[in-house]
Write a protein that binds this ligand. Structure first.
Ligand SMILES: C[S@@+](CC[C@H](N)C(=O)[O-])C[C@H]1O[C@@H](n2cnc3c(N)ncnc32)[C@H](O)[C@@H]1O
Length: 329
């Protein structure tokens, strides 16, 4: 589904502000990240409900929301906030606002919700995610910031993926790969993970996001690939030119097997070339991340830190430390 306005995170004009409301709403950003100040000013000066109606049309009443809605609780809190803002001006009550909230009052909260991210083309990527960050013993049922960063980097570095076989490790619910398949024309894209529920959700999301997309010419597959247990046959069959992973360095217990696998993958040459390996990590615990780098050294793998600045496309908290490295034999 296409969204008509251009993507941009600044909110200087009225149109930009409405767009920021839309982008933040569909990505389920914290409500305090919305440009409420601008809305206050606009309501005070115009003394009409127009901007509230516009925001409503671009969020809760937008076709994307009707098909792939953010969580019920989130929509309720958002509408409650909009109503509060509207009540600050002496305008007639907006029935449509109360009706929209009324419709949500008796709904059952579910574990599943949709987050939708808008690409620079205006196309939307809607993925089914779990409401909780960790559920069923896995971190793989939500999209993490490193995945958003890697997707932004990929949008600016399409040549790394174009006409290549790409293997993604620990794909989770598939955001990064979906963006790459939509924007970079890889020949083949192999999503992988080890957790059964994650793999099922990944398959569902890919079916919804990729099969109907005209621009997706890649052959796409989902593999069960547990870093602790990869057979020689599986490695030889994959033949990836480019290997990527986002937010896979968070558990000290799996670092050794992850590094061992990276070393094996790097040594699988494809047409005489070692594959390119890029790993993006949110550095939450510097000791864990150091341990990963030491393990790389121990395995004889070198790395460089990629310092490319990327254009901000997706909304997320930019204060966390995110580092991307390229690994070599
Ligand atoms: C923090 S999530 C990141 C998911 C996704 N890349 C993202 O950034 O949104 C870590 C992912 O690594 C997967 N994972 C953890 N240990 C694994 C292992 N031993 N083999 C394969 N995947 C694993 C998890 O199932 C989960 O999907």
């Amino acid at each position: 589904m296409k969204v008509e306005e251009e993507v941009g995170m600044g909110h200087k004009t009225r149109k930009d502000v409405i767009h920021t409301f839309q982008v933040n709403f569909f990505a389920m950003c914290l409500l305090n990240t919305f440009p409420w100040d601008f809305l206050d000013k606009e309501l005070t000066t115009s003394k009409t409900s127009d901007i509230i109606m516009d925001i409503l049309q671009k969020t809760c009443l937008h076709p994307i929301c009707l098909k792939n809605p953010p969580s019920l609780k989130y929509r309720r809190r958002f509408l409650t906030e909009l109503i509060k803002k509207h009540e600050t001006i002496a305008a007639e009550p907006l029935d449509v606002l109360y009706e929209a909230l009324g419709e949500l009052m008796f709904g059952q909260e579910e574990d599943l919700c949709y987050k939708t991210y808008l690409l620079p083309t205006g196309d939307a990527v809607s993925l089914a995610e779990n409401v909780a960050l960790i559920s069923q013993g896995t971190t793989g049922l939500v999209t993490w910031e490193a995945a958003l960063y890697l997707a932004e980097w990929a949008l600016e570095n399409t040549h790394i993926f174009k006409s290549k076989t790409v293997l993604e490790l620990g794909s989770g619910i598939g955001f990064t790969g979906t963006v790459i398949c939509r924007s970079s024309s890889p020949t083949k894209y192999i999503f992988s993970d080890c957790h059964h529920t994650v793999l099922q959700r990944l398959k569902d999301n890919i079916t919804n996001c990729l099969t109907n997309s005209d621009s997706n010419s890649a052959s796409v597959s989902v593999e069960e690939l547990d870093w602790e247990n990869v057979s020689v046959e599986q490695l030889q069959r994959i033949q990836a030119n480019t290997i990527i992973a986002a937010d896979v360095v968070y558990d000290p217990d799996v670092i050794a097997c992850l590094v061992k696998l990276l070393s094996r993958l790097l040594n699988c040459k494809v047409q005489e070339n070692h594959p390119d390996v890029y790993i993006v990590s949110a550095v939450r615990n510097p000791q864990t991340y150091d341990c990963f780098k030491k393990e790389l050294e121990r395995a004889g793998l070198r790395h460089v830190i990629m310092k490319d600045s990327v254009t901000q496309v997706f909304p997320y908290n930019r204060t966390s430390t995110i580092e991307m490295i390229k690994i070599y034999v």
